[in-house]
Design a protein around this ligand. Structure first.
Ligand code: GLY
Length: 345
């Protein structure tokens, strides 16, 4: 599988962690492994690999999960870098899921005004989304991703062997973002629609990863800073972020996105942006790959959508499915209330 190049800044490599040895002359630099406790064994394997090359490795193990994307955790990691005299020519390797890569990428972007970093995602969800594209973030004052930056990882390494051996739970967790890409791109929707059940998902995981990352890369390539086209990658996310906030982050991101895709398709159908055919195609994808069913929309979620950081001039902004992909639309609260009432009838 060929590497994917993004903005001449970031390279996504498919293969294995052995590629680390050929990517860069690590032995000359200090290398900081910033890893999730849940993948300690895998991270130690990488440590061993780098040490065998003569690299000077610093190991920082931390927890993952949304709670860890905090200012306090960012400060602790920054202190670790400073105490160990990590310099601007050194490198951080983030090994873990989405929350870990968000936090590690954020610290890499601000430490000494930015040092190189590499993401090695260990979950499917992270591999198809958070690890790629350079959005870094931590949460603050109760708001998700309030502090953040656009700062591209030098490399993203997709370890295909690790991905092949993910648990069923981690495969399922990645599916909501994968279905999002299928809604955005018809050829990928046809590919996915031909797969029967979870066995075929696993058998085709490399191809799925490659296609999804390629779709994401194409948006980042034309709109790195999320001003226009990249906003379409937020499909399902206006509702999803409100659901997460409503549940005080007890609902995980993947479940929230799954419901967000369903609800936002309902909104799109209700206001006539998509035909019944297209609506049924999306419902079928959600049904088959996400296993979720329609529930009435909750009005408190509507209130919370009013707080989304994408909102503009008092309007709630969505990336809604259209006939062949998605489109950015905005509604006033009153318009949205009317849509909700129509859908909930
Ligand atoms: N997760 C959406 C984006 O990277 O733009």
């Amino acid at each position: 599988m060929q590497n994917i190049q993004i903005k001449n800044k970031s390279t996504v490599c498919f293969g294995g962690i052995n590629q680390l040895t050929s990517l860069r002359d690590f032995a000359k630099n200090k290398t900081v492994i910033f890893a999730s406790k849940s993948v300690k064994e895998f991270a130690c394997k990488i440590e061993g690999l780098l040490e065998a090359l003569g690299a000077d490795v610093y190991f920082y193990l931390t927890s993952d999960g949304e709670d860890n994307k905090s200012v306090e955790k960012a400060l602790l990691f920054t202190q670790f870098l400073a105490y160990n005299e990590i310099g601007r020519n050194d490198v951080i390797i983030n090994i873990g899921g989405g929350t870990l890569c968000d936090l590690g990428g954020f610290v890499a972007s601000i430490y000494m005004r930015g040092i190189s970093y590499i993401n090695i995602p260990t979950t499917l969800l992270c591999a198809v989304d958070a690890a790629v594209g350079g959005k870094t973030a931590i949460n603050s004052v109760g708001a998700k991703n309030l502090w953040g930056s656009f700062y591209q990882p030098e490399f993203v390494i997709i370890d295909c062997e690790l991905m092949q051996n993910l648990s069923e739970g981690l495969i399922k967790e990645g599916m909501s973002e994968i279905v999002k890409y299928a809604i955005l791109e018809e050829s990928f929707a046809s590919f996915l629609a031909n797969l029967k059940g979870s066995n075929e998902i696993r058998e085709n995981l490399n191809e799925i990863l490659y296609r999804c990352i390629n779709i994401k890369a194409s948006y980042v390539e034309i709109d790195e800073f999320d001003r226009k086209e990249r906003k379409l990658l937020n499909l399902g996310h206006t509702v999803a972020h409100a659901i997460e906030r409503y549940s005080q982050y007890k609902t995980d991101h993947s479940t929230a996105v799954a419901h967000g895709l369903l609800y936002e398709s309902e909104i799109s159908y209700c206001v006539g942006y998509i035909s019944l055919n297209r609506y049924n195609q999306i419902i079928d994808l959600c049904d088959r790959f996400l296993g979720i069913k329609r529930k009435p929309l909750n009005y408190e979620i509507l209130q919370l959508m009013g707080k989304d950081k994408k909102n503009y001039q008092n309007k709630i902004v969505f990336a809604l499915p259209d006939e062949s992909g998605a489109t950015v639309k905005e509604f006033t609260r009153e318009q949205l209330l009317q849509i909700f009432q129509k859908i909930n009838k």
